[in-house]
Design a protein around this ligand. Structure first.
Ligand code: ZN
Length: 163
């Protein structure tokens, strides 16, 4: 069998005899990555699969009341990590919405990514999540409110976004 390059670890491997189309080596981390990617892809493309997954999680939560409350109480570091990741996702979504609404213009192609934002940009700047980006804030623009953060919980001391 000819050797092939794994699309995740970039190492050479021999495809399995019964799977000549194999593009990922059989190392556990690469296989996990392949499964995760495939699942994400299916969730995006298949509404029925999405509904089944959602219902399954719903049923599980109904059969295990209080599990996530206890989990969060036992693992505050996990809660903090989840919140930070959610803030990043929210920020990414809001920036995409700003770009789609033509409120933000990519002024100049650079590694830093320079954005011109309206008044709502103040919230983004306060979050300090996009450290690699440079924001130029302009207060004179009128703008529609941004969508609320998807996370219902807000850590104490951090105000929720304006509706
Ligand atoms: Zn690999």
């Amino acid at each position: 069998m000819p050797q092939r390059c794994c699309r995740f670890c970039q190492r050479e491997f021999a495809p399995a005899r019964f799977h000549p189309e194999q593009t990922v080596c059989s190392d556990k981390p690469c296989q996990q990555q392949r499964r995760n990617q495939s699942r994400k892809q299916k969730l995006l493309q298949d509404p029925e699969y999405r509904a089944v997954c959602r219902d399954s999680a719903r049923k599980w939560r109904a059969n295990h009341p209080g599990y996530w409350k206890r989990y969060r109480a036992a693992k505050p570091e996990s809660v903090a990590r989840n919140r930070a990741q959610q803030r990043k996702r929210d920020l990414r979504r809001r920036l995409a919405a700003l770009a789609n609404n033509n409120v933000a213009w990519d002024l100049k192609a650079s590694v830093a990514g320079v954005w011109l934002l309206g008044p709502a940009g103040a919230t983004l700047a306060n979050n300090n999540l996009a450290t690699a980006q440079v924001f130029i804030l302009q207060n004179t623009m009128s703008q529609q409110p941004l969508p609320e953060a998807s996370c219902k919980q807000h850590p104490s001391g951090v105000p929720a976004l304006p509706a």
